[in-house]
Design a protein around this ligand. Structure first.
Ligand code: THU
Length: 133
């Protein structure tokens, strides 16, 4: 499973987005250490602040399935013409479960993608003394 295949799975997952308010579909595909892929999409609510991002949903779903080690993450936003990176909250959330070298790809509908890492998206990561792992 390479990053292109993972990104394609993220794009497919975006079609399952529940985003009637923003009309901004996001899909995420998380490659787990065992080779399986957990996908998710953003899920919104009429109480707007309750929206759950696709990436966070994928992490939660994987953890709940007993998958705790991860190899890569892809995020696809087919409603954006530019690559949309994970929001600040998601960066912190994902960093709980991966290291700074963890590869992340994100892209929009334009075809262009950005390949980066957890450490690039969340530099100066803090609270190490509180980390459970
Ligand atoms: N969203 C994500 O799912 N992931 C991101 O990285 C950016 C934002 C969702 C949240 C909300 O449902 C919609 O996109 C607009 O912000």
């Amino acid at each position: 499973m390479d990053q292109s295949q993972l990104f394609e799975l993220a794009t497919q997952a975006a079609s399952r987005s529940y985003s009637p308010y923003s009309k901004f579909r996001v899909g995420a595909a998380l490659l787990c250490e065992d080779g399986s892929v957990v996908t998710a999409a953003n899920v919104e609510n009429r109480s707007y602040g309750l929206a759950i991002c696709a990436e966070r949903s994928a992490m939660v779903s994987a953890i709940a399935q007993g998958k705790t080690r991860f190899k890569a993450l892809a995020i696809s936003c087919p409603d954006a013409q530019y690559p949309v990176s994970p929001c600040g909250a998601c960066r912190q959330f994902i960093s709980e479960f991966v290291g700074p070298e963890f590869p992340i790809r994100f892209g929009g509908a334009s075809g262009g993608v950005v390949d980066t890492t957890m450490g690039e998206l969340l530099p100066h990561d803090a609270l190490h003394e509180l980390a459970a792992r």
